[in-house]
Design a protein around this ligand. Structure first.
Ligand code: NAD
Length: 704
């Protein structure tokens, strides 16, 4: 037995306690420990039954993901779960799995190898492996349909969403919900089960026969639609289908084969990169863990428009009272109405109770004055995007806010240092760049001005966590990380139109790559006037003689602002369904010909490479300039702020998987054709490619 697992006796029942904090992951030593404990208990004549339970806050929360990484890197697997689970199932005495917290992945697979499962009312169970690009690999796809039925098992394995205790009971995954103390309930259950034949899950074949045969096709369709481009959900469906066709042992072999294919896939590496990336981005080298974190008890938001309303909701959702200030009664009422509608929709969907909605609304104090701002621990400005108005607002709040109050701006592009210069405390000023819709999108860029204090940065990271966001540090440069990279992406999409691709071809190519929508559809959704205003603000920075998109400003001058005006790059009906607009196509062609651009047929591959490698090249510049700390930070920004497909890992990880040499070669091709002003390869990209390295290795070096 290992010290991660303890065996004790409670009268005639043995208790096996898994104690591998923080979440009792199935690290080496845990499965062996459980097996040894069960074996020892089963040999003891005094023992009638065995309970397996987790110490601390959970049962086995899942596999140890780092073990998967080691296997992919070529190490021999140190854990063989399948035989271990068979041994549990073959125990002659009833084994009762007592579940609290979560039993996910390998945790649920272990629980299903017991003869019975009892569960705490708040516990959750599931097979979320697909979220890491893999499938259950220790019989999960074979045992779950035997307990829960084929239809539900398919859904759980293919989509990866967990279920609660009551549903687990109704499905037959759990045998009893224990309302009181879990261990006491489990002991009582074990005593009732003692002496009766213990059912082995792998032999319970009744539910494998009774299901709608169309369910495989239907679930495949659902997975293709909701998990677009991903291979693991389809592999999970194949594995569960195997359970209905093959005897258990062969079903497990089929599962193992599919598991291995998934584990060694690029998609799985990408998803695991994203999983660890979310944790990595919170580390800022010169802001150590011990840095003072200011307490945020009260917040205030200025501007109740698209962003301000969503930001206020974030604070209310976290239980922090928030003042919402506007300039006019009309704007305030409208802002509040949008918030109320958003909450009401969530209530309608059953994801929030009416009482919680009322509580959250009560935490938001709408007003037209600065009353109470002197008490706020943080003030977030979300007024129009213009330097003059921002500076005006910051000079006003500088006079009212207490000295330790954080002054944050939600600006998308503007210079944080210049904004800070309107105050007498630039060290307290920081960018908190939320993404639209702010109450939904998880990304928050934390923009560091030259004077921003480390306490303000540490607190900003803590605020992001509190608001259930992922904070990523960005340097102070126009557009920070995300929007700065978006600009060459957008530019290339528009150049492709001028060179001969249609709006629909460009949109479709990037959609098929895995983006939630094509670049022109995205611009139409955000509003073409947004970029128009930004371009006006930054016109003085444009280099003369460098090619610029020809049509974007014209569209705005024509009042075509995108979805909100029914016309942009595409035409939109009253349900915002797009259709091609011949007027736009003709305008593009006319302007392109006028500028002497040769029109040609453009391949999907070129569309994708031009747009995505434009992101990558700009990303490499950001790294070298120190605007982004690590390549993984850029990836996390793109995954969480722009819907970049997680199974591609983010733009920088994607470039690594293509191979930086190939990326560089393609960029050099574009440079030859379109000139160095647009396409000169970033020096860092060039160095890494020539040294046969990856962005990942650069990250590893820079985080030492
Ligand atoms: P918006 O026009 O929807 O809202 C701005 C609001 O600020 C208006 O309701 C206006 O009445 C109010 N306002 C103006 N001056 C004010 C003042 N002195 N005091 C109080 N209220 C004032 O704009 P938005 O889209 O919410 O953008 C706000 C900020 O967020 C901008 O800096 C923008 O760049 C940034 N941002 C926008 C998005 C987006 O997608 N819309 C995303 C990220 C960041």
């Amino acid at each position: 037995m290992s010290d991660l697992v303890k065996l004790t006796r409670q009268g005639d029942v043995a208790v096996v306690t898994i104690d591998n904090p923080p979440v009792n992951a199935l690290s080496p030593g845990v499965p062996e420990g459980i097996q040894a404990a069960i074996e020892e208990a089963s040999k003891d004549d005094q023992v009638l039954g065995i309970v397996v339970i987790g110490a601390g806050r959970t049962f086995i929360a899942g596999a140890d993901i780092r073990e998967f990484i080691k296997i992919v890197a070529g190490e021999r697997p140190r854990i063989a779960l399948l035989p271990f689970l068979l041994a549990i199932e073959d125990c002659p005495k009833p084994v009762v799995m007592a579940i609290h917290g979560t039993a996910l992945g390998g945790g649920l697979e272990t629980a299903m190898a017991g003869h019975y499962r009892v569960i705490a009312p708040s516990a959750q169970v599931g097979q979320p492996e697909v979220k890491l690009g893999i499938i259950p690999g220790a019989g999960g796809t074979q045992r779950l349909p035997r307990l829960a039925g084929v239809t539900k098992a398919l859904e759980m394995c293919a989509l990866g969403e967990p279920i609660g205790a009551q549903e687990a009971l109704a499905l037959g995954i759990a045998d009893r919900v224990i309302e009181g103390e879990l261990l006491a309930g489990a002991l009582a259950f074990a005593r009732e089960a003692a002496g009766k034949p213990a059912p082995k899950t792998r032999e319970r074949n009744e539910k494998l026969r009774d299901f709608d045969k169309g369910v495989f096709t239907a679930t495949r369709e659902l997975a293709r639609k909701t998990r677009r481009g991903q291979t693991a959900p389809l592999a999970a469906i194949d594995a569960v289908e195997g359970a209905t066709r093959l005897p258990f042992e062969q079903g497990c072999l089929r599962e193992a084969e599919l598991f291995n294919q998934c584990l060694f896939s690029t998609q799985s590496k990408a998803l695991i990169h994203a999983f660890f990336g979310e944790r990595a981005v919170s580390r800022i080298p010169d802001v150590p863990k011990e840095t003072l974190v200011l307490e945020i008890r009260r917040a205030a938001v200025i501007g109740a428009g698209t962003m301000g309303g969503g930001i206020a909701m974030n604070y209310a959702n976290a239980g922090i009272p928030v003042i919402l200030k506007e300039v006019s009664r009309e704007a305030l009422d409208h802002g509040l109405e949008v918030i109320r509608k958003n909450y009401a929709n969530t209530v309608k969907k059953g994801r929030l109770s009416q009482a919680s909605m009322d509580q959250r609304m009560a935490l938001i104090a709408p007003q037209l004055t600065y009353d109470g701002f002197d008490d706020a621990d943080i003030i977030v400005e979300a007024v129009f995007e213009g330097m003059a108005v921002k500076k005006q607002v910051f000079s006003e709040i500088d006079r009212i806010a207490k000295p330790e109050c954080i002054l944050a701006s939600n600006t998308s592009y503007l210079d944080i240092d210049e904004i800070a210069s309107a105050t007498r405390r630039p060290e307290m000023v920081v960018g908190h760049h939320f993404f639209s819709p702010a109450n939904v999108m998880r990304l928050m860029e934390i923009v560091r001005g030259k004077a921003t204090s480390t306490a303000v940065l540490a607190t900003s990271m803590a605020v992001a966590r509190k608001l259930n966001k992922i904070g990523v540090l960005a340097g102070n440069a126009p557009g920070f990380i995300g929007n700065r990279m978006l600009s060459p992406y957008r530019r290339e999409a528009e150049f492709l139109l001028e060179e001969g691709a249609s709006v629909e071809e460009v949109n479709q190519a990037l959609y098929d790559f895995g983006m939630p929508m094509g670049p022109l559809a995205m611009l139409d959704l955000a509003g073409l006037d947004v970029g128009w205003r930004v371009r006006q603000e930054f016109r003085h920075l444009e280099k003369p003689g460098v090619r610029r998109p020809l049509v974007e400003d014209l569209l705005c001058e024509m009042g075509r602002f995108g979805q909100k005006t029914g016309r942009g790059w595409s035409r939109y009906d009253e349900n915002r369904k797009p259709s091609p607009d011949p007027e736009v196509a003709a305008l593009i062609e006319e302007k392109a010909r006028g500028a002497g651009i040769k029109r040609r047929k453009i391949s999907t591959e070129e569309i994708v490479d031009r747009c995505i490698f434009a992101l990558v090249n700009e990303g490499a510049h950001l790294l070298e300039e120190g605007i982004a700390l690590r390549a993984v930070d850029i990836d996390i920004v793109y995954l969480n702020g722009y819907g970049f497909p997680a199974w591609r890992g983010g733009p920088m990880f994607y470039a690594d998987t293509v191979g930086l040499k190939s990326v560089l070669a393609r960029i050099e091709e574009f440079e030859k054709r379109h000139g160095p002003e647009l396409w000169a390869p970033a020096p860092l990209l060039k160095r890494l490619a020539e040294a046969g390295e990856k962005f990942e290795s650069w990250d590893a070096r820079s985080s030492k």
